[in-house]
Design a protein around this ligand. Structure first.
Ligand code: FEO
Length: 412
């Protein structure tokens, strides 16, 4: 390492991993880095650690730089083991260190590493922490790319520590982007597409939070520290997360069969969520639907949402016949989603799900969502217990928005 100094008393203390690294079912051909930072102020602070497999080496190196008993804080922006993995071994020696993180991250760290007995400082959006000579400010950035994530900003140095956000997967020994031997813009974009793009709306929220900050340098947790052109990289995220809705012409068909009206309410709320992402919707209650109109709508749609209440362990009305009829069409390249209101078991919803699975549509269920976004907060098929007028409309609208984002992403 030629120079690992980012600012006065601020140093990169990470690990360069120049293997072909297995990652999210891909192989990182250019390797990666796990960037960790030491802010060696009056209250020495570490921001993120390194991959779990390099924990011992990380701690040994750090012992050569600082007396570990002096470390006051370890900021954990994100708990995945490539960043929080060395935390347990570090805390074994840094006995006085307090973990600074979000409430959700504490829950996850305790689950993964059994750190229940360690000291935590739980921060909320906008909280600040005086570490002596420098002040850190924290912003929650949920789902970038997991629920607990936050970013850290050093007010005096104007350095943003966003962990995975604004990263690149390139093993390098130059550290700073202005010393890179090649243009990293394409690697930066590929990283965004792989890791951040499924969470487009959360990227927009994050950009809104940081737009008031004066960011001189971005020190992410993979790849190059963006010492120059910070604005260019923030603008690239802005550009890549912006959808030109004038160019969007996507449609979803929602058909349902409802016993008491609850499944109809779900259909309406789903449509509201979909519409908010500029997806046009057509809703059919099968009681009064014309099968030819339904088929025509299905063929024009990018997604088909099918819902039913459950009676005697089955769908109600002639929904099953309609589904069989629809399945005779070429529905390839369309997304299929099951939903419904239920009292105790909701078999109808599962049976619809099975039909979609057997069709040539792409079934969008929890497994699909987890595999394509890495998030597990949206449970599909969407099963709503009765329909709570206070809480269900919002959860169904939110589900509609998430499904809308998936439809938009399918078109990219
Ligand atoms: Fe680089 Fe989400 O871990």
């Amino acid at each position: 390492m030629i120079n690992n100094k980012l600012a006065e008393k601020t140093y990169w203390i990470g690990k360069v991993d120049d293997r072909k690294v297995p990652f999210h079912r891909l192989i990182l051909e250019k390797g990666t880095t796990y960037n960790s930072y030491l802010l060696n102020t009056e209250k020495p602070t570490i921001i993120d650690t390194v991959d779990i497999m390099y924990g011992r080496e990380f701690v040994k190196n750090l012992e050569g730089i600082i007396d570990l008993n002096k470390i006051q804080y370890v900021v954990i922006n994100h708990v995945e083991p490539d960043h929080a993995g060395a935390l347990p071994i570090l805390l074994n020696k840094a006995k006085n260190a307090i973990i600074v993180t979000t409430e959700k991250a504490r829950e996850l760290l305790n689950g993964m590493f059994k750190l229940n007995k360690k000291k935590y400082l739980i921060v909320k959006d906008g909280d600040t922490l005086d570490i002596g000579e420098k002040t850190l400010k924290f912003f929650k950035t949920p789902y970038l790319h997991t629920e607990e994530t936050m970013i850290t900003y050093c007010i005096e140095d104007k350095i943003l520590y966003p962990c995975d956000i604004f990263s690149t997967h390139i093993a390098n020994n130059e550290l700073f982007n202005n010393l890179a031997k090649e243009d990293i813009t394409e690697d930066f974009k590929v990283y965004y597409k792989l890791i951040m793009s499924p969470h487009r709306t959360y990227v927009r929220n994050m950009l809104n939070k940081i737009k008031k900050l004066d960011v001189n340098m971005i020190a992410p947790s993979h790849g190059y520290v963006l010492r120059t052109d910070a604005k260019k990289y923030i603008d690239l995220y802005d550009e890549m997360s912006t959808v030109d809705f004038n160019k969007i012409d996507k449609k979803a068909l929602i058909l349902f069969s409802s016993m008491t009206g609850n499944t109809g309410k779900i259909a309406k709320s789903l449509a509201e969520g979909l519409n908010s992402t500029h997806i046009k919707t057509e809703i059919f209650n099968i009681k009064s639907a014309n099968i030819d109109d339904l088929k025509e709508s299905a063929l024009k749609s990018d997604a088909i949402l099918i819902g039913s209440s459950t009676k005697y362990g089955d769908m109600i009305g002639n929904l099953e016949d309609i589904i069989k009829d629809l399945m005779t069409l070429d529905l390839s390249n369309k997304l299929g989603i099951a939903f419904g209101s239920f009292g105790w078991s909701g078999e109808a919803i599962e049976i619809i799900n099975d039909y979609i699975k057997q069709s040539n549509m792409t079934l969008v269920d929890t497994s699909f969502i987890v595999k394509s976004t890495g998030a597990n907060h949206l449970k599909l098929p969407l099963k709503i217990n009765y329909f709570n007028e206070d809480t269900s409309p919002k959860s169904c609208v939110d589900a509609g928005k998430e499904i809308g984002e998936l439809i938009l992403k399918q078109s990219n």
